[in-house]
Design a protein around this ligand. Structure first.
Ligand code: BJW
Length: 224
């Protein structure tokens, strides 16, 4: 049985990583448009860098939770028949033991050079935002996908959704496309669709099955 799991911020919430759309509509005090667009980076690079620097530093203080570990156990059991597609830029799936992970919105610990298209591991030593170590031409930017940009590895994701028998969405609000459309895409091709979320998401009614509760409880229960 081939399974595609889509994860969002809710899967990392119990590790202590804040979700994006809190009750006040702000994301750690920022409007999303002020920090997650190419325009924001063009006009206020220092604000955007500070935002990602803080999140990168916070990543060192958190650990995977039982939901991440449960997905790693599922991979151990079914191997290549599982693909985890995460919208998260943290590395908690990998640290939890998963290896088949697509980061469709990029990775916090990677830097991208727009001039040479090179990638560089982003650790604390890049905190001063030096020019690209490969070409020296331009300032590195966070290797993440902002609004208006095309998410990574869409061909691989589409191919996996085409073949999926089961599509499971975990801890995502269903507010952001194209991820929010995966349920209809996979369901339309015959996959059984399941949502595991703290509360019904914007697209809950599109799933064949929806369960509400914390991911740390629901995911291990669903996997076993
Ligand atoms: C728990 C829990 C617990 C809490 N247990 N659950 C109009 C219509 C349709 C589309 C558009 C439109 N206007 C513009 C668009 C396109 C736009 C878009 O979707 N805009 C919307 C606002 C409508 N999308 C784009 O621009 C995308 N690109 C694109 O479409 O390109 C065209 C194209 C696509 C494909 C092929 C070819 C061309 C790019 C989107 C990039 C999003 N980037 C961000 C930032 C990434 C970097 C970073 O992290 O800083 O991605 S924004 C932010 O939202 C981040 C997240 O990955 C993403 C989704 O958030 P998520 O994960 O769902 O988090 P929350 O906080 O919203 O929800 C958490 C959920 O967890 C909640 O439901 C809680 O209840 C739950 N929860 N605790 C279980 N313990």
């Amino acid at each position: 049985m081939r399974i595609v799991v889509l994860t969002g911020a809710g899967v990392s919430a119990e590790s202590g990583v804040p979700t994006f759309r809190d009750a006040d509509g702000l994301w750690e005090g920022h409007r999303v448009e002020d920090v997650a667009t190419p325009e924001a980076f063009e006009y206020q690079p220092s604000v955007v860098h500070r935002f990602y620097d803080a999140r990168r530093a916070a990543l060192a203080t958190v650990d995977p939770n039982p939901a991440h570990h449960a997905l790693a156990r599922l991979e151990e059991a079914i191997g290549d028949d599982l693909l985890v597609v995460t919208q998260n830029i943290d590395d908690l799936h990998e640290r939890g033991g998963s290896t088949r992970v697509v980061h469709m919105h990029g990775r916090l610990r990677s830097a991208w050079c727009r001039a040479c298209d090179g990638r560089t591991d982003w650790h604390d030593d890049l905190a001063d935002h030096p020019p690209c170590p490969r070409c020296g031409v331009t300032e590195l930017r966070p290797d993440v996908v902002w609004f208006g940009e095309i998410p990574y590895e869409m061909d691989r994701i589409s191919a996996a959704l085409d073949r999926a028998d089961v599509f499971v969405s975990i801890g995502t609000s269903g507010a952001v496309y194209p991820a929010a459309g995966f349920v209809q895409y996979a369901g339309g091709r015959g996959a059984h669709t399941v949502e595991l979320n703290l509360e019904p998401s914007a697209g809950s009614a599109l799933f064949a099955e929806a369960r509400q509760g914390p991911a740390s409880v629901l995911v291990p229960r669903w996997v076993s």
